[in-house]
Design a protein around this ligand. Structure first.
Ligand SMILES: [Zn+2]
Length: 441
């Protein structure tokens, strides 16, 4: 694969990318409709292309599909693991601006604090009830993420399939509060996060577990991935890969059932018709994508982990239509706009669709174990049709044409094409401001 050995980081110095800043679009007719509440389902580790809503051949999300959601097709996470991406979504800031990168937050034993304010207190100050229920207990490691939530509940001891408990907790919270107050409700179910252990209700839906090449236990799956996989031939690797995906899909099916249970409950309470519902993810998951032998997440910015679903149910859905880029930073700005609320300041997030020509998604591979194409940890930048990846330590860069190569298997020298050369220039201008001492910690 051709790669550009680049000197551009030095060449471009500390120039800054024009900051799109935060701004408000003029209220549209739809944004004045009587939508009062926002429900965000930020499923942890949900891979977009496993959802039938995004064309997966298996009916993994049949109940949500039946509600005919708006589908955003160019939605990107700002990183590849939970803490930076969730911080981006709640602050409208890139991970570095929010202060949540590997440098600030060793995934094993340290904590970070948000450097910018969460937008959630603005909901509270406008009279909203606010709650977060997360099946990923790790959110406590970012001080400030809890700001503005009247209830911030991290569910421990539920390794998988915990959307049932999350939905139960959410409904109890809804019923316990002032029915006249609008709400901002954030759910982060952990079902499809490793280990892939489908609950009994869906076990066998896509695969007889007796035919799997490993036991349905965390230890057996870990051994299959971390010990066995690299030593197997292509047939053996395919068997492990497909077995893991079968279980992953069954957990997604369960999540779809639980999301539907919540939506039915909102309907019964007369709330769904005045609620905008967003089903997205903090990031995806890898299953040896492109023959990389990468599994899990936090190790790459390949599309399996970097592209996220953005499915929206909205009584007046027009503001969500269009093919524009959507970054995790844009979620809260767009919800404030949709609910016709005065927004707080968002460092980098913009309202979806307000300025598609300048919207850019940025992602930083904070953990870094390579791109899978001999490109080590670094940063990614996309305009939705093209993408560039840059290795921070070496300066190597690679470009992709997402229109003809959505799986990013045919990388090329980004200086060879005008589109990727422009992205490279923009990224070179941006990185020094975010990483003044180099883009790796
Ligand atoms: Zn996550």
């Amino acid at each position: 694969m051709p790669r550009a050995t680049i000197l551009w980081l030095a060449a471009f110095g500390c120039g800054g990318l024009p900051n799109p800043g935060s701004r408000q679009s003029a209220p549209t007719e739809a944004s004045t409709a009587t939508v009062r509440n926002a429900l965000v389902i930020a499923a942890d580790t949900l891979r977009r292309d496993r959802m039938s809503a995004y064309g997966a051949p298996r009916p993994t999300t049949p109940r949500f599909d039946a509600r005919d959601p708006v589908r955003l097709h160019s939605a990107f996470a700002t990183s590849n693991w939970t803490l930076p991406t969730t911080s981006s979504m709640l602050t409208g800031a890139l991970p570095e601006t929010a202060g949540v990168t590997l440098a600030a937050n060793d995934p094993l034993d340290t904590t970070a604090a948000l450097k910018v304010a969460s937008a959630v207190p603005a909901f509270r100050d406008l009279g909203f009830r606010t709650a977060l229920f997360s099946g990923n207990p790790g959110l406590w490691r970012v001080a400030g993420l809890e700001e503005g939530f009247e209830t911030f509940e991290l569910l421990y001891d539920l390794p998988t399939g915990n959307s049932k408990e999350i939905v139960d907790a959410a409904l109890s919270w809804i019923d316990a509060g002032d029915a006249n107050a609008p709400f901002f409700l954030w759910l982060q179910p952990f079902d499809v996060h490793f280990p892939y252990l489908p609950p009994a209700e869906v076990s066998g839906a896509f695969r007889d577990p007796a035919t799997l090449p490993f036991d349905v236990t965390e230890q057996a799956q870990r051994t299959a991935i971390e010990a066995d996989f690299a030593n197997l031939d292509e047939t053996g690797q395919a068997a492990i890969r497909s077995g893991l995906l079968d279980l992953y899909d069954e957990e997604l099916l369960y999540l779809d059932q639980q999301v539907d249970r919540l939506l039915i409950a909102l309907e019964e309470r007369g709330l769904l018709s005045e609620t905008v519902v967003v089903w997205t993810a903090d990031h995806g998951e890898l299953f040896d994508d492109g023959g990389t032998t990468f599994f899990f997440h936090g190790v790459s910015l390949r599309p399996g982990v970097n592209r996220i679903p953005m499915l929206v149910l909205d009584p007046a859905p027009d503001p969500w239509r269009g093919d524009g880029l959507f970054s995790g930073t844009d979620l809260l700005p767009t919800l404030f706009d949709r609910l016709a609320l005065p927004p707080p300041s968002f460092p980098e997030g913009v309202v979806f669709g307000a300025d598609p020509g300048r919207t850019r998604s940025y992602a930083f591979d904070a953990v870094g174990a390579g791109w899978g194409e001999a490109i080590p940890a670094g940063a990614a930048w996309t305009d939705g049709t093209h993408k560039v990846l840059v290795a921070c330590e070496t300066g190597d860069a690679v470009g992709y044409d997402l229109r003809t190569d959505p799986d990013e298997l045919a990388g090329f020298d980004p200086n060879q094409r005008a589109e990727t050369a422009l992205l490279l220039t923009e990224l070179a201008a941006l990185l020094p401001s975010l990483h003044p001492e180099g883009c790796l910690p």
